[in-house]
Design a protein around this ligand. Sequence first.
Ligand code: SF4
Ligand code: SF4
Length: 281
Amino acid sequence: MKPLNRLPDRFNYAEVYLTLDCNLGCGYCINKESGVEKREELTSQQWAEALNKIDFGDVAITLGGGEPTLHPGFFDLVDRLDNIDLLTNLQFDVDEFIDRVDPQKFSTSDIPFFHPIRASYHPSQMDKDDTLSRVKKLRDNGFNVGLFGVMHPHQINDNMEMSFLSQREGIPFYTKDFLGRIGTQMFGYFKYPEGVDGNPKDAECRTRELLIAPDGDIHRCHRDLYHNENPIGNVTQDFKLEGGGLDKFRPCNNYGNCNPCDVKAKTNKYLNNVECQVEIK
Ligand code: SF4
Ligand code: SF4
């Protein structure tokens, strides 16, 4: 039997974008801001076959999107995978989810405040009480869910209110920095501020994330994935992760138009250093 394709040790994240479709229409949407293009979608069987050929080590397979639960084979795929995380807006049938998904499928960690199901709260689209009751129902049925609100300047009051209500219900609620431009002002903290200055430059770049688009294309960053450009390979075909396309620095002439998520500064998971998902020279 062929050995498993091993995720390089440098990698700390793997996300599968099952679909870029979404059932909400938020005013500020990182996907829309990033110029997302509609993509073909692999079936659950194609995903399962491809992903089960990869040795992810202790890195969870994060199912994301768009809204990943909209993928027609979502439940079938969850059945066929282990050690998964889920990024969701919670707009699915919670009873069906509880009925069809085994909580043991999700990753676990010793890291405090870890939640394999990370639910986003979008104040303009989601009712607070309804959101809390969805999280409570999932929690009471064995799922570890954290709720996250983005600190967009127009959402600060809603997030503060949600923080209060969540605390009252014993639900973990966190805020995340808003990353992006409003008018001429760029919001966020960046390891590479020149990556978001809007002036394209030449650079060499490599990633610590495995990012796979709905059609199976593997991209080195969110900018390329959302623009459907420069795939390194496709997860359904022969490709080499360790020592291969994603493990080396590659030339890029879009340094300056990076997606803010890729070049932001963030604390590492041990909370003792500042990291960034890409390295740029
Ligand atoms: S839930 Fe997320 S992907 Fe969907 S519209 Fe809102 S911000 Fe965009
Ligand atoms: S420099 Fe920016 S746009 Fe280019 S590959 Fe790196 S993160 Fe992507």
